[in-house]
Design a protein around this ligand. Structure first.
Ligand SMILES: Nc1ncnc2c1ncn2[C@@H]1O[C@H](COP(=O)(O)OP(=O)(O)OP(=O)(O)O)[C@@H](O)[C@H]1O
Length: 287
C-alpha cells in the first residue's frame, strides 16, 4: 500500500555551478494538503518539476505514487503550473476538450461560475476564471496527487476562497496536494508546511510547530518612518505592517539602543511571532 503520493529523498538540483535545490527530503501523503513556502527563487518550482519527473535530479531520487517518475504514473497526477498551461488562443471549452482527449476522459461540465466563459478565448477571461479553468483541466482525469504552483496568485479574495474550496474537496477525496504560495494567510489552510530558503528546506510542520514560542518585537511610535529606517539601516529583520514597525528577531535591548541612538521615541514590546516573521528569521539564518 502506498503511504505517500509524492516523495523526494535527498534531492539536489544544480544548474551549472548554481544549486537551486539543495538536499531536500519531503513527502506528501494521500488526502494531505502540503504548503511549500519560500521567497522568490527559493527553489519551489524546481522541486515541483523534479517531483513531476519533468526535470531530472542532479542527486537524490523522487517517487510518485510509489515508484519512479514514468509516463503511466505521471498520467495519474494533476499539475497547474504558474502560467496555468492553458492555450490562450483557444476557448475554455476547446481547452477542456483538448485535455480530455489527451487523457481519454470525458470533458468536465463547467461549474456555474465558469459557464459564461464557455466560448470565450482564455486570453479574454479574467485571471480568477482562468485559474479556475486551469484547475478544472488539471482535475478532470481525477488525479491521485495534484501539484499547484502559486494557484491563487493575483486573484481576488472571493476567487481565492473558491479555489481553496476546490483544493479541500480534492483532499477530502484522498488526493495528496502540494501547493506553493506567497500568501502567508494561506499557510493556515494547509495541513503541513515546508519552508524553503535558498534551495534548502529550513523548517517543516504545522504553522504552530514552526512558529512555536518564538517572539517578535512591536515598536510603537508616532515616528514609524524614522524607526523603520534606523532599524533597517542597522540590519534588523524589520517589517512594516501598515504603520506598525515589527522586528522579527533581535533582542529588545539592542532594538531599544538602535532607536535611542537614532533619537526615535518608542516603546518596544515582545509579542508572539507570525509565520512570516519566523520565515524571515529562518531565511536569514540559512544565508
Ligand atoms: N533552468 C534554469 N537554469 C538556471 N537557473 C534556473 C533554472 N530554473 C531555475 N533556476 C534558478 O533556480 C532558482 C530557483 O528557482 P525556482 O523557480 O525554483 O524558485 P521559486 O521558489 O519557484 O521562485 P518563484 O516563487 O519566483 O517562482 C532561481 O534562482 C532560478 O533563477
Amino acid at each position: 500500500m502506498t503511504t505517500t503520493v509524492l516523495e523526494a529523498r535527498s534531492v539536489t538540483r544544480r544548474f551549472g555551478s548554481f544549486t537551486a535545490v539543495d538536499d531536500v527530503t519531503m513527502d506528501v501523503a494521500p488526502g494531505e494538503v502540503v504548503g511549500l513556502l519560500g521567497a522568490n527563487g527559493a527553489g519551489k518550482t524546481t522541486l515541483m518539476r523534479m517531483l513531476l519527473g519533468l526535470l531530472p535530479t542532479t542527486e537524490g531520487t523522487v517517487q510518485m505514487l510509489g515508484g519512479p517518475p514514468r509516463r503511466e504514473r505521471r498520467r495519474r497526477l494533476g499539475y497547474v503550473p504558474q502560467n496555468l498551461g492553458l492555450y490562450r488562443d483557444l476557448t475554455l471549452t476547446e481547452n477542456l476538450a483538448f485535455v480530455a482527449d489527451a487523457y481519454g476522459t470525458p470533458a468536465p461540465a463547467l461549474p456555474d461560475g465558469l459557464s459564461r466563459y464557455a466560448d470565450v478565448l482564455v486570453a479574454d477571461m479574467p485571471l480568477g476564471a482562468q485559474r479556475q479553468g486551469a484547475f478544472l483541466a488539471a482535475l478532470s482525469h481525477e488525479p491521485e496527487a495534484v501539484l499547484l504552483d502559486e494557484p491563487t496568485s493575483g486573484v481576488d479574495a472571493l476567487a481565492r476562497a473558491t479555489l481553496w474550496d476546490t483544493i479541500r474537496e480534492q483532499a477530502d477525496r484522498g488526493v495528496g496536494v502540494l501547493i506553493t504560495t506567497h500568501y502567508m494567510q494561506e499557510a493556515q489552510q494547509c495541513d503541513r508546511l515546508l519552508l524553503m530558503s535558498q534551495g534548502r528546506l529550513v523548517a517543516q510542520g504545522s504553522e504552530a510547530d514552526i512558529v512555536g514560542s518564538t517572539r517578535a518585537l512591536v515598536v510603537r511610535t508616532d515616528d514609524w518612518a524614522a524607526a523603520f529606517s534606523a532599524l533597517n539601516d542597522a540590519g534588523a529583520a524589520v517589517i512594516l505592517d501598515g504603520r506598525t514597525v515589527r522586528v522579527a528577531d533581535a533582542g529588545r535591548d539592542e532594538i531599544t539602543r538602535i532607536l535611542t541612538a537614532a533619537r526615535v521615541d518608542a516603546s518596544v514590546e515582545p509579542v508572539p511571532a507570525t509565520i512570516e516573521e519566523r520565515m524571515l528569521v529562518l531565511a536569514r539564518e540559512a544565508r
